[in-house]
Design a protein around this ligand. Structure first.
Ligand SMILES: C[S@@+](CC[C@H](N)C(=O)[O-])C[C@H]1O[C@@H](n2cnc3c(N)ncnc32)[C@H](O)[C@@H]1O
Length: 277
């Protein structure tokens, strides 16, 4: 098999997607599930002690007595969804990783929790019901392109009742300033995160204008196969984020430095917004 190296290494256009599947790839999703379930690892989910604190704060701030029906977008293996269900919400979790959803459903059944899990792309979600509260946690919003963010806001708006709330977080301008450009490579002869076969991974971290970062990984396996993975992140100033959600028809009810209620600070790498429809 011949690989077109020039095409492979060409600098991607802003928000360019690749043909390689990431979240739902059979091998990568198994590595990601392991990362989610590691209580101290920060990467797929936040450390479990933070999730515990965060779920408690959310329960006090958007109480299940007033906001019982909760839509958890990008719920992963259900770390938040289970805490929400235990806290008294009626939870629907949505995730495109079939492996995570299978794990989440099994875990909820074992714990006797009634959680509805849907294996779907939240950018195409169309349920015939509305919710009191939607959450999208761990900076997924900024991984979307500007068009996808508009679509996502419309979808959340459509799935909330009037007065319903939406909580989400993003990386801030401070995170963009701290992002370091670099090019590295890694040799994994016995396979690793990206492939079960031996591979070389070439990683490029690059800043784009408009406060966007790219983490690109090109994976070349011993069999001559090549995969490209792009993790885009749009970082926001408080003003830019507020203006974007207001254009989407939401009112800002709260702004914090994380989804556990830390007071807002300009230098925080994360901004969490609580919105109302
Ligand atoms: C960074 S993880 C966060 C998981 C969870 N919210 C948490 O904090 O533990 C992002 C999750 O969003 C899911 N995801 C990414 N894009 C998605 C999409 N378009 N539709 C549904 N789920 C998606 C991934 O499979 C992954 O489980």
């Amino acid at each position: 098999m011949q690989t077109d190296f020039l095409r492979l290494f060409k600098k991607p256009l802003l928000y360019e997607r690749t043909e390689s599947v990431f979240w739902d790839d059979d091998h990568i999703s198994a590595q990601l599930l392991q990362a989610h379930l590691d209580p101290s690892f920060e990467g797929a989910s936040r450390p479990h002690a933070f999730i515990e604190r965060s779920a408690e704060w959310i329960g006090r701030t958007v109480p299940p007595e007033t906001y019982p029906a909760l839509l958890d977008l990008g719920c992963g293996p259900g770390l938040y969804a289970e805490k929400f269900a235990q806290g008294g919400y009626r939870v629907t979790g949505v995730d495109c990783s079939r492996r995570s959803i299978e794990y989440a459903a099994k875990s909820a059944a074992e714990k006797g929790l009634h959680i509805r899990y849907l294996s779907e792309d939240y950018l195409h979600l169309s349920l015939r019901e509305t919710f009191d509260f939607a959450a999208m946690i761990y900076c997924d919003y900024g991984a979307l392109s500007a068009n996808e963010r508009r679509t996502l806001l419309q979808i959340v708006h459509r799935h909330l009742r009037p007065g319903g709330r939406f909580l989400f977080d993003v990386f801030s301008d401070a995170a963009y300033a701290a992002f370091r450009e670099k090019t590295t490579w890694e040799v994994c002869p016995d396979g690793g995160f990206w492939s079960a076969d031996g591979y070389v991974a070439l990683c490029r971290h690059e800043k784009y204008p408009e406060h966007v970062t790219l983490e690109q990984t090109i994976v070349l396996t011993g069999q001559g196969a090549a995969g490209r993975y792009h993790i885009w992140n749009t970082c926001f100033s408080r003003e830019a984020l507020i203006s974007e959600v207001q254009e989407g028809g939401f009112q800002v009810k709260g702004i914090c430095s994380d989804v556990a209620g830390a007071p807002y600070r300009e230098e925080s790498p994360v901004i969490a917004l609580l919105l109302e429809k």
